[in-house]
Design a protein around this ligand. Structure first.
Ligand code: GDG
Length: 581
């Protein structure tokens, strides 16, 4: 599946994501163990790995003692093509939980009410992005492609560009940042919340501010164990934009400057795995300018759907006052292409899986267990974007309106524990527990419970058998970048007997033609869709599934990775005259 990347083996691709795809543990004897994870991004990048020199940079998930780092780094690099960005636990927590998952995640999913803006967490986000920039800049060479993943690293393209174009060493940048932070972060953040500053990229980098006196605790701690080794200059330098040559177009100037610095042709791509919200929602973000400017230093920005790309472009127009083209944007002499690259899965993992002996046996056992009963499956990280309460309430309505189905249909709901350190997730867990208890209490009997609720992760073989068994899969996300569970369910059907019920607010709804599309806020419409799914003819189900499976087989994870990288390879830094998004 998927064309091979156009680039050859000499082309280097550096993928940067918040988490490395390797879990590191240390046993009682002090021996380190490494385990490669099998997440979506890993299989998505497998196509690129085949034909390019490949390095993956990310946070290893925990602090590693200084004395062990050399060994850990070497094994990561030699065995997994990975390189770590170490972050102190407090910094990692503020970056990941404090800002990424408490500000960007809720806002990008249209939940501004769940946002908790905190100045120290924003600074930690910037600091963590700088640590990443530092490590990536140390590895990048002329001609490399850097592909940044997701909302945790939206300042990285700007910080990285700044370092590699010679605007200042990373050490200088960190000092500038710290100097600026000490001077007046609260003022800036409050200013940002009330009306937004207009200084642009220089402000986002903290350029040109002086003063060192007042402290902000989090970054003072960070500074003590920082990675910068060069001594601080007495006065933080102002960063100057490189002087452009006369008579050149802005694109020629951009290229000329990069060439002069010896890192010519470093292309930076960014892919957002979440939705990008409407500009009316996005503009709530206190640091809305900084985040946009952070990614505008890319050559290519990718989204799952056309709508997300359109929202991004209109945010650039409305917030930064930039003129946009249908498939890109020009800013500070750089042309950034914006495109849609809908992600997929590796369907063969499931197609082959359902033929494996262990899974076949498990499926038979499950069939026997649920004999005479239809099974609906739900698989969600327990996240407020997944609409689990709405799903349960719709089931309750369905059962109350169709008592003939009580005892004849079960919902198996897997709710994978997620981000349990964030308060909103704890509240959601309590809400879901209550709903499950209420519905089971209302419709259950000694022999039968309508909801089988598992608040835990299950092995992939068990998940595959459950998908294969289920007569319907119910996805009711109130927003979801794509939603891969729907792809996995479709790929696991042996005989096309399953019906996909899919929220119109999941990116997947724009591609998975053949699903029953529902508005999860309209509980009655979901209840009706459950009834339709359970009573649909075998022919209708099969014909829907065939359409769905054809799509999922074509638009795979591998095809996604390859098409993004091919596009990044192709870009010249000039606006294209060709196709639009
Ligand atoms: C983000 C975006 C976008 C779940 N439970 C178990 C388990 N899983 C696996 C599923 C699936 C994955 O987790 C969930 O992927 P989704 O795409 O549905 O959702 P997010 O985690 O929110 O992913 C999303 C995606 O990024 C990619 O861009 O589609 O919109 O939010 O692969 O199988 N796997 C196992 N046991 C479980 O219990 N083994």
């Amino acid at each position: 599946n998927g064309a091979a990347p156009a680039a050859g083996k000499e082309q280097r691709l550096i993928v940067v994501s918040n988490r490395l795809p390797v879990t590191i543990s240390k046993d009682a004897q002090g021996v380190y163990h490494f385990k490669m994870s099998s997440g979506g991004l890993v299989s998505a990048l497998s196509g690129c790995k085949k034909t390019m020199k490949f390095t993956w940079i990310g946070w290893p998930g925990k602090e590693i003692p200084e004395e062990d780092r050399e060994l850990v780094n070497r094994r990561l690099m030699d065995e997994y093509d990975c390189y770590p960005v170490y972050l102190a636990d407090d910094l990692a927590d503020r970056h990941y939980n404090g800002f990424s998952n408490s500000i960007l995640w809720p806002l990008f999913h249209y939940h501004p009410g769940e946002m908790n803006f905190d100045a120290a967490n924003w600074l930690a986000y910037r600091e963590a992005n700088m640590r990443f920039a530092d490590v990536v800049a140390g590895m990048v060479q002329a001609g490399d492609m850097v592909w940044v993943q997701d909302y945790h690293l939206m300042l990285l393209p700007m910080l990285l560009r700044s370092v590699i174009s010679g605007e200042g060493s990373q050490g200088e940048m960190v000092r500038r940042e710290l100097g600026r932070v000490k001077k007046g972060v609260d003022k800036e953040v409050v200013g940002g919340m009330m009306g937004m500053k207009e200084e642009g990229v220089a402000t986002a980098l903290g350029v040109g501010e002086e003063g060192e006196d007042e402290g902000v605790e989090i970054l003072d701690e960070v500074a003590e164990e920082g990675t910068t080794s060069a001594p601080a200059p007495a006065v933080p330098k102002k960063v100057k934009r490189p002087a452009f040559g006369r008579g050149m177009s802005q694109f020629q100037k951009q290229e000329a400057v990069a060439k002069e610095k010896g890192k010519d042709g470093v292309r930076i791509g960014f892919f957002l795995h979440t939705p990008f919200p409407s500009s009316e929602i996005y503009r709530i973000l206190p640091v809305r300018r900084e985040i946009l400017l952070g990614v505008l230093q890319c050559d290519l920005i990718g989204f799952h759907t056309y709508d997300y790309a359109r929202h991004f472009l209109s945010s650039c127009t409305r917030i930064l006052g930039l003129e946009t083209m249908p498939n890109g944007i020009e800013h500070e002499g750089r042309y950034t292409q914006v495109g849609t690259f809908p992600i997929g899965i590796d369907p063969m993992q499931f197609v082959d899986g359902i033929r494996e002996e262990g899974i076949v046996k498990r499926l038979q056992a499950l069939k026997a267990r649920f004999k005479g009963c239809k099974v609906i499956i739900g698989v969600d990280r327990l996240d407020y974007i997944k609409g689990v309460p709405q799903k349960l309430q719709s089931l309750e309505i369905f059962l109350s309106q169709h008592p003939e189905w009580v005892g004849k249909v079960v919902l198996v709901q897997l709710a994978i524990p997620s981000r349990q350190d964030v308060e909103e997730y704890q509240n959601l867990r309590a809400c879901v527990n209550e709903l499950v208890g209420r519905i089971n209490g209302r419709f259950g009997t000694v022999e039968f419970m309508p909801i089988h609720y598992l608040h835990k992760s299950v092995p992939i073989d068990e998940l595959t058998a459950m998908y294969a068994l289920a007569d319907a899969c119910l996805v009711t996300s109130t927003r979801d970048g794509m939603n891969l569970v729907s792809y996995e369910y479709i790929s696991s059907q042996v005989d096309g007997h399953g019906v996909m019920i899919l929220s119109e607010f999941a990116g997947a709804a724009q591609s998975l033609n053949g699903s029953l599309i529902v508005n999860p806020w309209d509980l009655q419409s979901t209840a009706d869709a459950i009834h339709t799914a359970l009573t649909m003819t075998e022919e209708a189900k099969k014909s829907n599934w065939e359409k769905l499976f054809a799509y999922v087989s074509k638009y795979t994870a591998e095809a996604w990775g390859v098409s993004f990288v091919n596009e990044l390879t192709r870009l010249s830094g000039h606006p294209p005259s060709g196709p639009s998004i």
